[in-house]
Design a protein around this ligand. Sequence first.
Ligand SMILES: Cc1cc2nc3c(=O)[nH]c(=O)nc-3n(C[C@H](O)[C@H](O)[C@H](O)COP(=O)(O)OP(=O)(O)OC[C@H]3O[C@@H](n4cnc5c(N)ncnc54)[C@H](O)[C@@H]3O)c2cc1C
Length: 417
Amino acid sequence: MPAGSGGEVPSSADVAVIGAGFTGLSAARTLGKRGATVVVLESNTIGWGASSRNGGMVLTGLKLSPQTLASRYGLDMTRQMYAASLESIDFVEQIVREENIDCNFSRCGHLEVASKQSHFDSYMGAVEFIAREFDHRLEVIPRHKLKEEIGSSLYFGGMIDETSAGANPARYVRGLATAALRAGAAIYENAAVRQIEHTTRGTDQGFTVRTDRGSLFVRDVLVATSGYTTAVTQNLQKKIIPIGSFIITTERLSDSLARELSPRNRMIFDSKHYLHYYRLTPDNRMLFGGRAAFFPETKNTIGRSARILRRDMVEVFPQLRGTPIEYAWGGTLDFCFDTMPHAGVIDGIHFALGYAGHGVALATYLGAKMAERICGSREEIPYATIPFPGAPLGIYNGRPWFLPFAGVYYKALDWIS
Ligand SMILES: Cc1cc2nc3c(=O)[nH]c(=O)nc-3n(C[C@H](O)[C@H](O)[C@H](O)COP(=O)(O)OP(=O)(O)OC[C@H]3O[C@@H](n4cnc5c(N)ncnc54)[C@H](O)[C@@H]3O)c2cc1C
């Protein structure tokens, strides 16, 4: 990662961005290019959060199916959201090209595999719906042709979207940080924000932002803290459920075994609620992830998840039974109560979060869109116009006591649906 700034934060700037992941760094890049003075404040180090630890799948669509979105928000809004998801992948590709980011970005497509016959039966309807309403083509792969896509006999068929891409997320976030610095942003690491206070200075309305490296006065604040949102922005924290997601990688595989497992090198995930996602890495490891424990990453949850994921990986790919696991890690995902991304303004503070496992592309995109809005753009952002619900009955203070129940609930859903 590039080095952040030394010393105390400056006494003032136009914008403070909280969090140095995809959202914050993409916003800082855009703000810098628009001529704003911008300071990124990060509790830990650049890219420390989910942005350096994810599966690197740059995916079309959202967590919820287009049909679910259409029944909830209507067709027009769903069209805008779907178009934004496609645009966000083009945007990542454009940044990678413009900023010359070496992150193995490749339009390899994604493959969703059906864990049940009933899931596969729904694929044709989904493909027709997406072609008709969004003019976007996906392909259904019947079970007997699936071996051309994946070296596993566990699944009932698949669905391919060639538009999706893959990247090395840590290299990408490093490149975004370098791009933000090049655009003139300053990044302060180990600068946890402790308090944000509405302040008036002369005729200027703004905020005093108190950090571990001093205080600064800014006109605008953008919160880009996703699954790591704290009580500093309590009204946002109460709307976010931090959920652990975990990844293991094998040792390097031989070329022939790697090609047998994933002949077209797709980004792969299954159709369950408690899903698995997996891919080959550029250095030929199988990277296998999932929500093995719902609680965020600790030494315990990582160790337990690694054992569960290894068992699950061997169920998908018996060929990997004797293959050692070399790395295991975890990170925290940002889910909202409606499983949707959200952007907007709360208590006078801008925010973008809630990507629910689709953050590589959407966080990059929404970070930039919110930056443009801060600079005065009135362009409509679909995820900024939908209602942003909190916890049902309001009984949530940001500590997700219900996660074990949610885990059981989704496992049960996978049994019956
Ligand atoms: C294991 C895993 C796998 C995933 N796989 C995929 C995938 O394949 N594809 C995909 O699209 N998405 C995936 N995701 C989701 C994706 O990584 C996230 O949605 C995305 O990285 C969110 O980026 P962000 O910048 O909003 O937040 P983050 O990258 O999480 O950054 C937030 C930052 O805010 C900082 N922060 C928090 N509070 C403060 C404070 N008070 N002061 C200063 N700094 C603060 C934190 O230290 C953190 O660095 C995955 C996530 C995980 C955990």
